[in-house]
Design a protein around this ligand. Structure first.
Ligand code: SF4
Ligand code: SF4
Length: 324
């Protein structure tokens, strides 16, 4: 046990799917446990924060952090893990790019609290009590972490060495990353551990795309029965394949749904949403005189920010809603 390297797992603002993704490597997890000691994994093992604090700096060969950063506690924990780890892996879309929790950047902290604790149909809060960082109840003091005004991707808070993409990362991507770590075959630091090619380039439906793709309709998946054998974008479904990194095994496409973009942008793309917007602009077949018709068609995408930036808003150029 003493000779094996130590690793840590931690979660911040996430749904828990990334924790399941670790278990999804199935019986290969036995090889991992054989090769490393796990010294921190709050969802599965009873180590405490003090156990990490008591370790020397650089004690863990690697820490795998999933989830975005939204609270002061998460910031403290990832800074602690950075200090105690030689390598930090951002694990999954939320850690990599901000992810689904990052869509909260379309609202302020006050707007979120107002809706969740006052206005949501399922809220019963006659006193309109809001969470407070410090409060007193029956003579007891209660302290809660600060809820920040916005969501951050992990590398906006601490330096990150590698990124494991996906919502959640598929088992082969996780296993490849673990094997590269254990065999000392990791690429240069800063790498996203999946191929730097667009999903369209590996998609089985790519060959059904016409040579010059032009569309005059945008549709939503529930509005018609899409042909699962034909490129979804060709059918007017907003598929993020042109602006998304490959490596997932095209799992949504093979399940009959367009890509939503969870593997994030390619290395040279500044902003995944803008890349997709650019791809769309090049295939929407309208003349300048057809402005009204174009607006009608774009209206079929009622949530452009949530569609184009579903996983990447905090790491985009705008990072969230701008307030004047
Ligand atoms: S747009 Fe979507 S369905 Fe079409 S080739 Fe690209 S990934 Fe496949
Ligand atoms: S098809 Fe797109 S949304 Fe689905 S897993 Fe792959 S990258 Fe993620």
């Amino acid at each position: 046990m003493a000779d094996k390297p130590w690793v840590a797992f931690y979660w911040c603002a996430s749904c828990g799917g990334c924790e399941e993704a670790v278990v999804d490597i199935a019986e290969k997890i036995l090889d991992v446990v054989e090769a490393v000691n796990i010294g921190f994994w709050p969802v599965a093992l009873d180590f405490k924060r003090e156990d990490v604090e008591s370790r020397p700096d650089g004690f863990f060969v690697a820490s795998f952090v999933n989830g975005a950063v939204r609270t002061s506690e998460q910031e403290e924990m990832v800074k602690l893990l950075r200090k105690k780890s030689r390598l930090i892996f951002a694990f999954g879309s939320c850690s990599h790019l901000g992810g689904i929790p990052g869509l909260a950047n379309l609202y302020s902290r006050e707007e979120i609290f107002d809706y969740v604790y006052r206005k949501s149909p399922s809220t019963e809060n006659p006193g309109e009590t809001l969470p407070a960082e410090n409060s007193r109840e029956n003579g007891n003091e209660l302290h809660l972490p600060e809820f920040y005004d916005r969501v951050y991707s992990l590398d906006q808070v601490i330096p990150v060495d590698y990124y494991i993409p996906g919502c959640a990362p598929p088992p082969d991507i996780v296993m490849n990353a673990l094997e590269a770590l254990l065999e000392g075959k990791l690429p240069d630091k800063g790498a996203v551990l999946s191929p730097n090619k667009a999903l369209c380039s590996t998609c089985p439906l790519n060959e059904t795309k016409p040579e010059k793709l032009l569309i005059r309709e945008l549709k939503r998946p529930h509005e018609f029965q899409a042909d699962p054998e034909k490129c979804f974008l060709t059918q007017g479904l907003l598929c993020m394949g042109p602006a998304t990194r490959t490596g997932c095994g095209e799992r949504c496409i093979r399940a009959g749904m367009p890509c939503r973009g969870c593997f994030g942008p390619l290395d040279n793309a500044l902003d995944q949403g803008l890349s997709m917007l650019s791809a769309l602009a090049s295939i929407l077949d309208f003349t300048p005189q057809e402005k009204e018709e174009l607006e009608r068609v774009l209206g079929a995408c009622p949530d452009p920010a949530g569609t184009l930036y579903r996983f990447s808003l905090p790491s985009s150029i705008l990072k969230g809603k701008r307030r004047l």
